[in-house]
Write a protein that binds this ligand. Structure first.
Ligand SMILES: Cc1cc2nc3c(=O)[nH]c(=O)nc-3n(C[C@H](O)[C@H](O)[C@H](O)COP(=O)(O)OP(=O)(O)OC[C@H]3O[C@@H](n4cnc5c(N)ncnc54)[C@H](O)[C@@H]3O)c2cc1C
Length: 464
């Protein structure tokens, strides 16, 4: 068995944007390393987000905001300019704006990430290889890490990085989650949506950006019936606009602020902006650069306060919808075809035609039933690894190699991404980046978060 083990310097578990950008950054550093990226998907650089095939499933920021190169904010704009110049994405001509202001389809963004990987590979003395499979177990010894894949293959590496991304939420009563997942239509599967009666009502659970994608998918599939959306707070993501710059008011003040103080100050700044006829998105956008620092400085109590009181507001104001998708949602709302209600999902009603769900409206005690021809689950992400039903998170917890992060959001790590084991020891062998570090930084998922972390972690990994 031992002779079949393959060896590497760095094992990257997960080949979505995080794993791929880490590989790019490692390739760009001097030296000669063997890097293996373990990813079940056929292609690196995509993950769930950038596997999108529908042109209407776009990035939620324009090209100017979505560079994967922390040293060049224009990197995506430059790539896109060349790509469009060579005849790619002809539909972009329908939008009369500069390339930097285009919102590229996410599938195209995946091509960009892949191309940056190919270029880095061509110029490097190090190597990157894609090993297809799911890592189901991981062991750490004094001098190495050992991975076991679902096909039994084993890989040994000096260090391993958890770039496993996000796990979909089953946010339902435990016993009913499999029923919900089986009954629900994939929010991104336009083909599956063509099977739904075009005039029949469709139910959607969750009202964030995945819901927005689902509405785009339904429209593309020719659905013209009512859409009923239910989420705990009934809040829709705001549309992203292009606000002017605003003074970075938090940069001048590094004193610790409680989440409620912060919220008050942000509101004050937004009112100031509005009074001057400036978009409230201008002051809010300056907060992004400070959120990791503010979150990591906050006490556990303050973090809880933020999650309880500020989170729904933060999600709908900060995680904004691409403008074309937001226009579609607004139009359907105006036409009375799309309704959003604040209600908690309480379970699935078995039997009958179509699908029936149980809901409790906000502020009410009574549980009601609502029926539709189909159901779409867009209730988001499960950040608590103790509730993720995948082998690797389970094994890591069982072996005591990781511990839950603050508020059980992802896993605990130090500032460099070195994970903390069950006893709180900082690992010299196992690291994490991206969404698994949600609890450490609050925002640890978006393109820019991932790009910055990839560069810093690559530098750290080459220090040993
Ligand atoms: C639908 C969607 C749209 C998004 N849109 C935007 C956007 O517009 N702008 C933005 O800034 N951010 C967006 N995001 C956030 C997005 O998650 C990040 O930009 C980025 O995809 C995170 O990359 P990741 O590699 O960490 O995670 P993922 O993309 O989730 O990739 C993780 C990869 O790890 C693999 N993996 C998991 N477990 C294992 C295992 N045990 N063994 C081997 N492989 C494993 C998975 O197969 C997956 O491919 C979006 C996210 C989603 C889901």
């Amino acid at each position: 068995m031992t002779e079949t083990i393959r060896n590497a310097d760095v094992l990257i578990i997960g080949g979505g944007l995080s794993g791929t950008m880490l590989a790019v950054q490692l390739l760009r550093l001097p030296g000669q390393r063997r890097i293996l990226v373990i990813e079940p998907r056929a292609e690196l650089g995509r993950g769930e987000a950038y596997s999108a095939v529908e042109l209407g499933h776009t990035l939620n920021g324009n090209a100017a905001r979505m560079s994967v190169d922390p040293d060049n904010a224009d990197d995506l704009t430059e790539w896109l300019t060349d790509y469009i110049g060579a005849g790619g994405w002809p539909e972009s001509a329908e939008q009369p704006v500069p390339v930097s202001e285009l919102f590229p389809p996410r599938g195209l963004f995946g091509v960009y990430a892949q191309q940056r990987l190919a270029e880095a590979k061509a110029l490097s003395a190090s190597t990157v290889e894609h090993v297809r499979g799911e890592v189901v177990d991981l062991q750490v010894s004094a001098d190495s890490t050992l991975l076991t894949l679902d096909n039994g293959q084993q890989l040994r590496g000096a260090r391993a990085v958890l770039a496993t991304g996000m796990f979909p939420a089953a946010r339902t009563p435990q016993t009913e989650s499999s029923g919900l997942n089986a009954a629900a239509v994939d929010p991104w599967d336009v083909q599956a949506m063509t099977q739904i009666d075009a005039q029949a009502p469709v139910l959607i659970i969750g009202s964030g950006l995945t819901m927005v994608d689902a509405v785009v998918s339904l429209e593309q599939a020719g659905h013209r019936g009512p859409i009923e959306i239910f989420s705990r707070h009934g809040l829709l993501p705001h549309a992203r606009r292009q606000p002017p710059s605003w003074e970075d008011f938090l940069a001048a003040d590094h004193s610790l602020r409680s989440p409620l103080q912060l919220l008050r100050e942000v509101r004050r700044q937004c009112r100031l902006a509005l009074a001057q006829g400036i978009d409230w998105q201008a002051p809010l956008d300056t907060v992004r650069a400070h959120i990791g620092r503010l979150w990591s400085q906050a006490s556990e109590r303050e973090k809880r306060q933020f999650v309880r009181h500020v989170r729904p507001w933060w999600e709908s104001h900060h995680h904004r919808s691409p403008p074309l998708s937001a226009q579609l949602v607004a139009r359907l709302r105006e036409e009375g075809r799309l309704r959003i209600r604040a209600a908690s999902f309480k379970g699935l009603e078995p039997g009958g035609e179509g699908v029936t769900i149980r809901l409790r409206a906000r502020g009410e005690q009574v549980i009601r039933q609502v029926s539709g021809a189909a159901l779409i689950n867009s209730s988001g992400i499960e950040y608590d690894w103790r509730r993720v039903a995948r082998p690797l998170p389970r094994q890591l917890l069982e072996r005591g190699l990781i511990q839950p992060g603050p508020l059980a959001l992802g896993i605990a790590a130090d500032a460099s991404g070195a994970v903390l084991d069950a006893e709180g020891n900082v690992s010299q062998r196992l690291f994490a980046m991206g969404p698994p570090l949600r609890g450490m930084w609050w925002e640890s998922t978006a393109v820019t978060d991932v790009a910055i972390q990839a560069k810093a972690l690559a530098a750290k990994l080459t220090q040993f």
